[in-house]
Each structure stands twice: as C-alpha cells, then as structure tokens.
Design a protein around this ligand. Structure first.
Ligand code: DSN
Length: 425
C-alpha cells in the first residue's frame, strides 16, 4: 500500500486541504446571494464524500453490469422512492450527473436532430440547454424562443400560444433561471395539447419551493419534469428526471444510461436520497415558504432604497435588479459587492443592450441566506447594504467607494457571526 493512502487530506495534500478550508471560510464569512446556490446539510456532505465514490454500478437497481451492487441498489432505490413521494409522480431517474445532462437525456429520448422545440429565451431568463445557439440544444435542434413582454416583463401566454401555433414544436419547455414570477403550468398544458407537443418543465430553480408547497407543482400538467438538486432543493450538485406516463420510462432511462452516461455517481445518488428525505420533513415546508417571504422582503428593501426590480417584484426565491438608472454595470456591481462580502452574479435583464459579460443587472436569491437562518429583517438589512455599495459605484465608477465597502463588510460580518454556517466543522 502507498505510504500516503491512509493519510487524512491535510497530511496527504496540504494545498488542496488549505483551499477547502478557505472555501469554508468564504461560505461562513460572506453572504451568499447567488440564486442557484445553497448550503447543503452536513449529512448531504457526508454522503457525497462517502465510500460509494469507489463503486461502479452501470445499469439500474436489480439490473447492473457489475457485481457488488447490493448497497448501491439500496441507495438508488431509496432515492427513487423518495423523489417520487416528494414530487407526487410515478417514475424517477436519479442518475443524471447535472442539469445539462438531465435535459440532454430528454432531448435524446424524445427528439430527432433538427426537430423544433420551444423554450424561454436566455435573455428573458431561460437556460443554455433550452435552445441557446452555443449549446447542443441550439446547435443540433431547431429552437424557437418565447420571451417576456416589454413593459410587464412577464411571460405573455397569448404570445406563447401564437408562437406554438405557428411553429408546431414537438417539445415545449417551461422553467428558467432568472424569471421571478409564477409559472402558469395549466396554460402551458393547454397550449401543448393544442399543438400536440410534449411539455417539459425544468424546475431546477424552484424545485425546493415546489417540494415545500411554496410554488405550484408542474405535476400533473407537465409530461416530464427535470430538476437540479442543489439549488432551492439543497442537495448535492446533480440532476433528476421525473414523469408519470410509463410510455416515457424506457426512452428516458435508456437515454440517461447507456445513451449519455456511464457509471452513475452512487455517492451523489446517496446524497440526493438524503436531501429528498430532508425535504420530506415538515420543517422543509416552512423553509420553502420563508425563502419566498425573504425574497419579497429583499425586493421591497431594494426598491425602497432606489433600485428597480425587474417585473416589479418576485413570487419565488429570486429577483433581477436593473442597475441602468444608476449607470452601474452588472459586472462592476458583482465585483463591488464581492469586495463588501456580498456574493451575487451579474445577469442580463430583459432587452439588455449590454453583453452577457457586462450586463445591466444582478441576480439575487434567498435560499442560502434562509438556510443560515436569515429572516425578513436580515434581508431588509441586506437590501440596504446592497444599495449602499451600488450608490458608491454610481458616484465613483467601477472602483466604488472604499469607505462604504469597508463599513458594509463590517455589518456583513456581524450578520454572519450571528448566523453561523457549519458550526464546529
Ligand atoms: N448556472 C445555473 C444558474 O445559476 O442558474 C443554471 O444552470
């Protein structure tokens, strides 16, 4: 046996151990406002780092291409059963390694190259895998996008219906990454039925809210529902596919394996099972509702402090802040806020005239802050702190106001100390 094989990480690889320790410090000391991030439980982290990392288990429970899969079958079967009861559906595939792969599997299962499909435009809050020209979905298939309406900045279902009638897509995708209003799944169903399309919901951003009853469920309206598991759902980084009609079972399972993936990440499937169990607890319902309450408090505070929220507010965990009136770019805001220990991402706003590398907005979300215990009062404070940093950028340009940023950092530290992350780790 190699001398280092049984060493702990700090002994075996001090550089990586130091980077992990620094990342823990960053997560503890800064306020995480990236809408797609969260802070997984210790149990989820432990399962992700478990001995299942060693195991090959190509195939599905009871039908594997490798020996020694008894316990892999236990965790995958539990993950499937828990996913089904959490979201109230008949079938689940818990093997997709990521959000991109879960959506690729749906395309592989149901479409032929060149087929027409509809999805929300990236500039209106969609996702790369919903038809962006730089993604496989846009290169190998024929995407037709719908967007938000100028003015209301909401999806206009009449316009979605018009586009669907004109293009007769084989698949319609609802769901996005930067759309803060409720999705009208029943209206999407009616349109899909009228044009004979399959209806897919990618609920990655809102799946924790759906699980906790804080957002309407895409079931029974949607034929297939995909979700990442690490956003509001607070599990490990991964994906799942859910459906009700048995006719989709073989094509979807075959598309995930052997169509796209090889050996599943059993350690991550174990962590998904843990996260689904957590989300089935009544406390998770309270958490999901608090995320939305907190997002409303944050949006209101930002508006009171002079910043415009796209579409005038939020119904979910996220919001887009339009910085145009302050003449501050999303890129500069992201950097300035990071200097003040508030982490977020620049994001295009609807009809943005700046490039995706610069943008006129930032996207904010409340799932991670809510996990660490923030309530509406803390999020109102966060809104005020953000507005102060943006004002410094507005007055002084990209360098911002160092005195304001220092003062915000001190107040961020106070909040973080009062709501610790991973105490004792
Ligand atoms: N990159 C994710 C997000 O931040 O929304 C979506 O895949």
């Amino acid at each position: 046996m190699d001398a280092f094989w049984n060493d702990d990480l700090a002994t075996a690889d001090p550089e990586i151990a130091a980077a992990i320790a620094s990342e823990l410090g960053r997560q503890r000391d800064k306020i995480e406002l990236i809408a797609s991030e969260n802070i997984a439980s210790r149990a989820v982290l432990e399962a992700t780092g478990s001995v299942f990392t060693n195991k090959y288990a190509e195939g599905y429970p009871g039908k594997r291409y490798y020996g020694g899969c008894d316990y892999a079958d236990v965790v995958e079967s539990l993950a499937i059963e828990r996913a089904k009861s959490l979201f109230g559906c008949n079938f689940a595939n818990v093997q997709p390694n990521s959000g991109s792969q879960m959506n690729q599997a749906v395309f592989l299962a149901l479409l032929e190259p060149g087929d027409t499909f509809m999805g929300l435009d990236l500039n209106s809050g969609g996702h790369l895998t919903h038809g962006s020209p730089v993604n496989m979905s846009g290169k190998w298939f024929n995407p037709v996008s719908y967007g938000v309406e100028q003015g209301s900045e909401r999806i206009d279902m009449e316009e979605v219906a018009r586009i669907a009638r004109e293009h007769r897509p084989k698949l319609i995708i609802c769901g996005g990454t930067a759309y803060s209003r409720l999705w009208d799944f029943a209206a999407f169903r009616a349109i899909a039925d009228e044009v004979g399309a399959i209806l897919l919901c990618d609920m990655s951003h809102i799946s924790g809210l759906v699980a906790g009853g804080a957002h309407p469920s895409p079931f029974p309206h949607c034929d297939i529902v995909t979700s990442t598991t690490h956003k509001s759902l607070r599990g490990p980084r991964s994906g799942i596919i859910l459906w009700n009609d048995e006719k989709f079972t073989k094509p979807l399972n075959m598309a995930v394996f052997p169509g796209l993936q090889g050996g599943p990440l059993v350690h991550v499937i174990a962590a998904k099972a843990v996260a689904f169990r957590e989300a089935l607890q009544p406390e998770f319902g309270a958490y999901a509702h608090r995320i939305v309450e907190n997002a409303r408090a944050l949006a209101a505070s930002l508006e009171e402090n002079g910043l415009r929220i796209v579409s005038g507010g939020t119904d979910n965990h996220s919001m887009l802040v339009d910085l145009t009136a302050k003449d501050v770019t999303g890129k500069d805001a992201e950097k300035g806020l990071d200097r003040a220990w508030l982490t977020c991402n620049k994001n295009g706003i609807p009809f943005d005239t700046r490039s995706p590398f610069v943008t006129s907005g930032i996207r904010l979300g409340t799932p991670a802050g809510t996990t660490r215990g923030f309530g509406p009062a803390e999020f109102r404070t966060v809104g005020k702190l953000i507005a102060e940093v943006v004002e410094g950028l507005s007055q002084n340009g990209p360098e911002g106001d160092a005195r304001i940023e220092e003062s915000v950092r001190a107040r961020v530290s106070e909040l973080c100390r009062a709501f610790p992350v991973y105490p004792g780790m």
